[in-house]
Design a protein. Structure first.
Length: 406
């Protein structure tokens, strides 16, 4: 609600929403520290993983390098990118002021502590490392819940459900590894939560940004608005992902995965992304979402032996999760710092490199004799994509917002 003005008082210049009155500019808005740190960690964590694969670097301590790599991509990098998005989007949804200043510093410090704990697994008792790392997502959940409930945005409760599942999946991931159990279900649960968040939030931003861009171009054939069809798509996808999490080898999972893939593909086509090909900042959202149906199709392909479960899983993680987060990070950074909403050459190149990484990773199953070459190529392209983001946008994220020309 807008506050009433009193005529006898002088008119004051309003403080822009989300800008802390004092302190470092980095902590004036949630996207700044988390997008910057997520980009840097995406590079650092992948470099450590490549070093572990190619040179036997002792990464991951008693968890092992592969388990550490999986955790840090899903619960390290992606949770940081998710936090930057939610801390920026939720205030827009609720109309409330965003978290900034000291509270944001505390939240960010908890995320950083988790990354340090995962780097020092050999130096900490296992359950202490678990507690340190697992603290971040519940804290993020509490902050978002407070804002959504205070803003009475009940339709956004489903976003909280996704973050809650991620919180439980992270705790389960640690507990299962420490106890010697199979962490696969926790891993799939987290990926499923992210895919559902992409389905829900992507269903908002992808057609909305596309519609705005096409409308400025004078197009009359615009993306379809949310309808019952979208609800059915999300519901079928949810059922498929729940079954995939609990019983990945069930024939019903393969059948529902194929159906969900078709439905998500039709949903994507209704957003008319091909008409926005000229603007990479828009079309990359469609490319990223396109890996959602590809990931669903990969589930039955893995069941019949055409893909390994790991390669199928990477269509969701590198493709859908990686590309969508990079797309949102670059767009939100430009939009909230006053840069033109158009992809620079560097930004477009980062998108291209990440798409290559997402497509190359499953090719290990086609050319197993080139496994190490393909894995290294995929990793290097991932590193290149996020290094370009970090180099291009770090100076912007560390500076005050500039006025957009025009």
């Amino acid at each position: 609600m807008m506050s009433e003005t009193v005529q006898s008082q002088p008119k004051r210049q309003p403080v822009p929403r989300g800008i802390a009155r004092s302190g470092p500019v980095l902590f004036s808005y949630g996207f700044r520290p988390f997008f910057l740190a997520a980009g840097i960690w995406a590079v650092a964590a992948m470099c450590l993983w490549i070093g572990a694969m190619t040179s036997g670097w002792p990464v991951g301590g008693n968890y092992g390098a592969s388990y550490w790599h999986a955790h840090e991509m899903i619960f390290g990098y992606t949770s940081g990118a998710l936090a930057g998005f939610l801390l920026t989007a939720v205030p827009n949804w609720t109309g409330r002021l965003p978290v900034s200043g000291k509270p944001l510093m505390v939240l960010f410090a908890v995320w950083v502590a988790g990354r340090l704990a995962m780097l020092g697994l050999d130096l900490l008792p296992p359950y202490l490392a678990m507690v340190i790392d697992a603290a971040f997502l519940p804290l993020l959940l509490a902050i978002c819940a407070r804002e959504i409930i205070a803003g009475r945005k009940w339709k956004d409760i489903k976003i909280l459900t996704g973050v809650a599942v991620l919180s439980l999946a992270n705790i389960g991931y640690h507990a299962l590894i420490v106890s010697g159990g199979d962490f696969g279900a926790a891993n799939r649960a987290a990926i499923s939560a992210y895919i559902m968040l992409i389905g829900v939030m992507g269903g908002r931003v992808v057609p909305s940004f596309t519609r705005n861009w096409l409308a400025r171009r004078g197009e009359t054939a615009l993306p379809a608005t949310f309808s019952r069809f979208d609800t059915v798509v999300l519901l079928v996808g949810l059922i498929a992902l729940v079954l995939w999490t609990l019983a990945p080898e069930s024939i019903w999972v393969g059948l529902l995965g194929a159906i969900a893939g078709v439905l998500h593909g039709l949903r994507l086509a209704r957003w008319r992304g091909w008409k926005a090909w000229d603007e990479k900042l828009v079309v990359v959202l469609h490319v990223g979402y396109g890996f959602v149906p590809l990931g669903f199709f990969a589930i039955p392909l893995a069941q019949i032996g055409w893909l390994t479960p790991v390669s199928a899983l990477h269509l969701f993680t590198v493709g859908a999760m990686g590309i969508m987060t990079l797309a949102i990070m670059s767009r939100a950074t430009r939009g909230h710092t006053g840069l033109p909403l158009a992809a620079s050459r560097t930004t477009a190149l980062s998108y291209g490199m990440l798409v290559v990484a997402a497509l190359v990773r499953p090719m290990v199953d086609i050319w197993p004799e080139l496994t190490m070459v393909l894995l290294t190529l995929a990793g290097v392209c991932w590193v290149g994509a996020f290094a370009l983001y970090s180099i291009e946008y770090a100076p912007i994220l560390l500076q005050r917002r500039r006025e957009r020309a025009g």
